[in-house]
Ligand binder design. Structure first.
Ligand SMILES: [Mg+2]
Length: 250
């Protein structure tokens, strides 16, 4: 993985040559630093201003794809003229039929009753998916959280009615349908002739990196990582801010 700014000449000339650029951003950990609770992850005002300027340019389109619910990510960003996708992209595509039979509600109740006694735990039902946040749980109790989580989910995983994944201090449950951030990206760009650029910091973003392989530019946020395949990396959310500002100068 190469550091984006070390190869800026090459990347910027590719961007300059493309008449249309589709920028995809993950939210938490990409546009905003990771903080103790999801409510505190405010979009820095400078970043917001730069994105606002980007959308005004006819060259750029912007989409934000988050693990948050659609309503939540829209509220956190609060900008018009952006494509928003919540629940890892499930909420733009709305594969309704599969979701109707989703056992998420039952799972949510089971998780709340199983985990409720652990201090700092937060079970969040996001409609199409649910998240168990344990950042505020004392480190020595985190193993217990995972144990209870997987014990509760085992029957659903076995019957292929739910899928689980884990991110930074969060465990997630989604309906077992074949959908992820990568498919959401391809769904959004469809056949449009544009250069997609995707920025993300977590394992759920890898599907998107893979989806645009050979078609666009994938950028991992959080330093070089051996097990993650992306075209380039940026060190942190501060670098992302710098990247957006550089785009505005092109
Ligand atoms: Mg993220």
């Amino acid at each position: 993985m190469r550091y984006l700014f070390d190869h800026w000449d090459k990347v910027s000339s590719k961007i300059k040559k493309s008449p249309r650029i589709f920028l995809f951003f993950d939210y938490d950990g990409t546009l905003t630093p990771i903080v103790s609770t999801p409510e505190k992850a405010k979009l820095p005002s400078k970043v917001k201003k730069s994105i606002k300027r980007l959308i005004k340019s006819p060259k750029f389109r912007v989409a934000i794809i988050s693990g948050r619910s659609l309503r939540d990510v829209k509220r956190m960003v609060g900008l018009k003229g952006i494509i928003y996708a919540g629940n890892h992209g499930l909420e733009i595509a709305k594969p309704r039929k599969a979701l109707k039979n989703s056992p998420l509600k039952t799972i949510c109740i089971a998780l709340k009753s199983g985990l409720g006694h652990i201090k700092g735990i937060r079970v969040e039902n996001k409609g199409c998916t649910l998240s168990v946040h344990f950042r505020l749980v004392r480190p020595k109790h985190r193993i217990l959280v995972k144990k209870i989580f997987y014990r509760t989910l085992r029957p659903y995983i076995c019957s292929k009615s739910a899928k689980v994944s884990s991110g930074k201090m969060v465990l997630e449950v989604r309906p077992a349908i074949d959908w992820h951030k990568g498919k959401a990206v391809l769904h959004i760009i469809k056949k449009k002739k544009t250069l997609p650029i995707y920025l993300g910091d977590d394992v759920t973003d890898i599907d998107a990196f893979r989806a645009i392989k050979g078609k666009g530019i994938s950028i991992f946020v959080g330093g070089p990582k051996k097990n993650i395949k992306a075209d380039y990396y940026l060190k942190d959310t501060f670098d992302v801010k710098k990247f957006i500002e550089r785009l505005l100068l092109l």
